[in-house]
Design a protein around this ligand. Structure first.
Ligand SMILES: Nc1ncnc2c1ncn2[C@@H]1O[C@H](COP(=O)(O)OP(=O)(O)OP(=O)(O)O)[C@@H](O)[C@H]1O
Length: 666
């Protein structure tokens, strides 16, 4: 189905008075379904109104465009009505006349009586019959805004655009108008895009909240699905178990944007060289997950300082996409990354220009599970084969399963697991991408039927009675690499001593995290809002206490579920990188590089890992070239990756080609 509104790679640029230009919006890309309510949220000046004006046709974008029902928007039109904060009513006309003016202009071909009936109907719609003959000067702010909404709705727009419509109203009027708007939008299946500063308003009204980053070059930093059922009641919404989690996620995003400004200023300070290191001021990205533990421990326990890194800031990022953007743009020095990300960025995932990114450290192994909605458990689904049979029983109901990023082990492991059961991940199920902290809300809202994610998000879904872990990654590939430390190749070349100091500090933190005597304290530390922001009870399973799969079986003691150090966790072995490249090619995410040896050499800095390991007195750093054995009995032989790819029954069209990597500099 065609999207209703398509905002296609929109940029907006304004000239500056003293010459030069201000890039307000950069590459805004968004599709909106018919009947959807979207909120645009962001700090003042981030470009919300600029975007709304482009959608309205009041301004032309510098690049890209907006398509409404397959037609390019080039000018204002009656199919899009805007409701502004300041009402914009004509002061010399009454309520009735203000509404009639718009109706008479747009519906000129309708008969006089038809037009008059529409005007009267909309006066009633917003409960203004008693004030129909009053002029704006005789109305309260709330009444004026109701006239503006009635006027916009009376001409039956396809798209209602609202620019902070309730911003100037007192709290009571505001909530009553929000309720009315919600009711009208639902009854008339209106598609709405609303600019707001108000987080609670966005959560109450929207199907999706689109969060813009701070300018210049604002872009869509995060999109949150709001899964509350409709019709909505404000009390039920605020009492919904996901409400405060979602609210804090948004507030966190907004706070982070504020800090980003300070960081940008700090970046302009440039590298501070000290302690024999080229740079001691670092910005490190992480995503709220239990396995961000080594970064948190290195920061909280002073390991960064111990190795001379005096000014390390941890930046809690909303998604892996934000991490990729942070590293490729140079906003972040280094980041916790999903294992496939350095390779995917280096190979140029999604048609993007390759950005060489390298890793010198595996931060963690295992730690993920595949959680399905409880309804599958009620249907007796305990294995992937039983899942296949369940899917076959309901061919009209294709399950939607979520992963966190195309280059994540979650995607690759989920696909591998489905394929071992004969389920084609692109044909038999619908695979979607959702950031980790939003998985539980999406499952609760019924938008998805299961997911593969790291902790504590599985345990949270299990504890809330929403799902059960049909498999942990110990059931698929025990001991697989999971998170790595990623840096741009040019960054690693520019700051080689800093890179080794960073890897050394984190390696020591990994050792701390693996010691079970530290695990309870670790769970407490991670639970803090600035890190994972979940309860300690949600973080403990698998990390501290036995893992409860939510199946009714006894919880299991999974000693290797969160593995940070033992069993040669930390070396970024090339064989594992090679397997990831076969999978990225298997599923059509990137081509398989004929020059794979060169790619592995550049993306896996065994020399950096070796230097750090020697600093800590660890000797066991030699490369491991053993084949990989999967739990389903299949084996990956690193000497024949292309033969392995061809042997796989379920796959896409595999491209094998030479990948040239230009060195990019920040
Ligand atoms: N015509 C213009 N010429 C130059 N700069 C502009 C113009 N219009 C907007 N800007 C700049 O573009 C940026 C985005 O402005 P915009 O009004 O879209 O922000 P906003 O997010 O809607 O802010 P607010 O929430 O305060 O209304 C701001 O920095 C603003 O100064």
């Amino acid at each position: 189905m065609l999207p209703f509104v398509e905002i296609d790679h929109v940029d907006q640029v304004f000239p500056l008075p003293g010459g030069g230009e201000y890039i307000a919006l950069k590459n805004i890309d968004l599709t909106i379904r018919k009947g959807e309510f979207i909120s645009l949220l962001g700090h003042s000046g981030c470009g919300k109104s600029t975007l709304l004006n482009i959608i309205a046709g009041l301004a032309k974008p510098a690049a890209g465009g907006v398509v409404l029902e397959g037609r390019q928007v080039t000018e204002p039109g009656p199919d899009r009505m805007v409701v502004f904060q300041n009402y914009s009513l004509l002061p010399w006309l009454t309520v009735r006349e203000n509404i009639a003016l718009a109706v008479n202009r747009v519906m000129a071909t309708a008969s006089k009586s038809e037009r008059s009936a529409i005007v009267e109907q909309h006066i009633d719609l917003v409960n203004l019959r008693h004030a129909a003959d009053k002029r704006p000067g005789q109305l309260s702010g709330g009444m004026k805004q109701r006239v503006a909404i009635a006027r916009a709705l009376a001409i039956r727009p396809k798209l209602l655009l609202l620019d902070e419509p309730f911003g100037a109203l007192d709290a009571l009027t505001r909530s009553s108008l929000q309720d009315q708007l919600m009711q009208i939008a639902e009854e008339h299946e209106l598609t709405c895009i609303m600019v707001t500063h108000d987080v609670d308003e966005a959560l109450l009204l929207s199907d999706r909240i689109v969060m813009l980053t701070n300018g210049p070059e604002s872009y869509v930093g995060q999109i949150m699905d709001v899964p509350f059922e409709r019709p909505r009641d404000r009390l039920e919404v605020v009492n919904h178990p996901s409400y405060y989690g979602m609210r804090s996620e948004i507030v966190y995003f907004l706070n982070q944007q504020k800090q980003a400004k300070k960081r940008k200023a700090a970046l302009q300070v440039g590298a501070i060289a000290r302690n024999g290191l080229e740079k001691v001021n670092l910005e490190l990205g992480f995503v709220p997950l239990t396995d961000c533990a080594p970064l948190v421990v290195a920061k909280e326990l002073g390991f960064f300082e111990k190795y001379g890194l005096e000014q390390v800031t941890l930046s809690r990022e909303p998604s892996w996409k934000a991490i990729a953007e942070g590293i490729t743009s140079g906003r972040l020095d280094a980041a916790q990354m999903i294992a496939g990300m350095p390779l995917a960025l280096t190979l140029g995932m999604g048609g993007k220009a390759p950005v060489p990114v390298t890793t010198g450290l595996v931060l963690s192994r295992n730690g993920n599970a595949i959680t399905l909605s409880q309804r599958f458990l009620h249907d007796g689904v305990r294995t992937v084969e039983e899942l296949k049979a369940a899917i076959a029983r309901t061919p009209d109901k294709v399950p939607t399963l979520a992963v966190v990023h195309p280059a994540s082990m979650h995607n690759l492991m989920m696909r591998h697991w489905l394929a071992t059961g004969g389920i084609d991940p692109d044909q038999d199920v619908n695979l979607v991408t959702i950031p980790p902290p939003q998985m539980v809300a999406a499952l609760k809202g019924g938008g998805i039927d299961g997911f593969c994610v790291g902790e504590p998000w599985n345990s949270r879904a299990i504890q809330e009675g929403l799902g059960y872990a049909i498999a942990t990654d110990l059931d698929i590939w025990p001991g697989h690499l999971e998170k790595v430390l990623g840096v741009r190749e040019d960054w690693a070349n520019r700051y080689p001593k800093t890179h080794i100091a960073l890897v050394t500090a984190l390696l020591e933190a990994c050792e701390y995290c693996d010691d079970r005597r530290n695990r309870e304290a670790l769970a407490e530390l991670l639970s803090r809002d600035e890190y994972v922001g979940a309860t300690v009870d949600q973080i403990r399973p698998g990390l501290v206490t036995p893992y409860d799969r939510g199946t009714g079986d006894e919880p299991e003691q999974l000693l290797r579920y969160n593995q940070f150090f033992v069993d040669r966790t930390n070396c970024p072995y090339r064989t594992e990188g090679l397997w990831i490249m076969t999978q990225l090619a298997r599923w059509g995410i990137t081509p398989f590089p004929r020059n794979w040896f060169d790619i592995l050499d550049r993306t896996r800095r065994l020399d950096v890992f070796g230097a750090a390991a020697r600093d800590l007195g660890l000797l066991d750093t030699e490369p491991n070239r053993s084949p990989i054995h999967f739990a389903d009995g299949s084996v990956f032989d690193p000497d024949d990756p292309i033969g392995y790819l061809h042997s796989l029954a379920i796959k896409r069209d595999v491209q094998v080609e030479e990948v040239s990597i230009d060195v990019v500099t920040v």
